[in-house]
Design a protein around this ligand. Structure first.
Ligand code: NDP
Ligand code: OXD
Length: 308
């Protein structure tokens, strides 16, 4: 029985070592070096190519080598094959760090001081308490909840928005269109932690941005498809938004001529907010393999209709 690994980005060696340690009875093959496609029972993949998908005739579960699953063409999988999201603490901790950094930068005005420094301006303007700074998290899944916990520990006030509006301790949780309006109206910083689905595509458009608090900061660590780029640039230019911290884009790598690169109030990072960590990620893969072997419900199984 074997697991096939594929990623155009990740070094396979740390994954091979971590998987061998967690699942010593499973062969780990790095695509395209697959001695016997019929023996593939599990796949751990990021952006799997068509030939790999075509070889998964006997696969029992596919695990995404990313928290998002929009890189997997579900229709190319044999019917009924379960897909599981990567949910592991190493990745969630990185995202919590990234968003905390963005929140502190905005709340303490560190970007402002960096701009002042370029012209030698001493602009003494201390920030208030973080509790007076309201962060709105769109998406309260595995990652959104980890981010909420880290921001709460740092003293920020937090609201969240999710499809079902499930309660979370210490977070004002909103649901529906009215709930989104309420969250946007009170948030000094809005953070997108949503999956790419038919429902979330283009969510951040001119109408959404008009409903944000004037001068709010915007962070997108979800997916580029959530944002209408031209509307975001307009909101930055007319002062509706104070800044945008963007880690994900409609086209990645972000094309060299995209205006985000040069905008003075846009911070671009190359989709590095959080990546799965082999040691902890392999534990998550083992949980899926164990569940399959024991006939138990699979952890973090994707609803293929819903898209996450
Ligand atoms: P989860 O599936 O655990 O959570 C998704 C959250 O989004 C849930 O709270 C869900 O609501 C909510 N949601 C989904 N659709 C809607 C909708 N239409 N309206 C309102 N809320 C909605 O995902 P994760 O937390 O693990 O990851 C979230 C996303 O973060 C990933 O899909 C990926 O796109 C992105 N990501 C980006 C990374 C980066 O490096 N930039 C790294 C990792 C992830 P409910 O709880 O009600 O189901
Ligand atoms: C993602 C990830 O979904 O890197 O972006 O996990």
């Amino acid at each position: 029985m074997a697991l096939v690994f594929h990623s155009p980005l990740d070094d396979p060696e740390p994954w091979r070592r971590a998987l061998a340690s967690e699942l010593p009875d499973l062969d780990v093959w790095v695509w395209p070096h697959v001695p016997d496609p019929a023996a593939i029972a599990f796949a751990l993949v990021y952006r799997p190519p068509p030939a790999l998908l075509a070889s998964l005739k006997h696969v029992r579960a596919v695990v995404s080598l990313a928290a998002g699953v929009d890189h997997i063409p579900f229709a190319a999988l044999p019917s009924g094959v379960p897909v599981c999201r990567m949910v592991e603490p190493g990745l969630a901790a990185q995202m919590a760090d990234y968003v905390l950094h963005a929140a502190l930068t905005a709340q303490r005005g560190f970007d402002h001081y960096a701009r002042c420094a370029t012209v030698g301006q001493w602009d003494w303007a201390p920030a208030g308490a973080p509790s007076a700074f309201h962060v709105g998290l769109l998406g309260l899944g595995a990652i959104g909840r980890a981010v909420a916990a880290r921001l709460a520990a740092a003293g920020f006030s937090i609201s969240g928005w999710s499809r079902l509006g499930r309660t979370i301790a210490g977070v004002v949780v909103e649901g529906g269109a009215d709930g989104l309006d309420r969250l946007l109206a009170r948030s000094d910083m809005v953070v997108l932690l949503l999956p790419a689905t038919a429902e979330t595509a283009g969510l951040v458009d001119a109408r959404f941005l008009q409903r944000t608090k004037r001068g709010a900061h915007f962070v997108n660590v979800g997916r580029g498809e959530h944002v209408v780029d031209a509307d975001l640039l307009r909101a930055l230019d007319d002062g509706q938004l104070a800044s945008a911290t963007l880690d994900v884009f409609r086209v990645e790598p972000l094309p060299a001529d995209h205006p985000f690169w040069r905008h003075p109030r846009v911070r671009v990072t190359p989709h590095v907010a959080a990546t799965p960590v082999p040691e902890t990620g392999a534990v998550a893969v083992r949980a899926v393999v164990d569940a399959v072997r024991n006939g138990l419900p699979l952890p973090h199984r994707v609803d293929l209709e819903r898209g996450y």
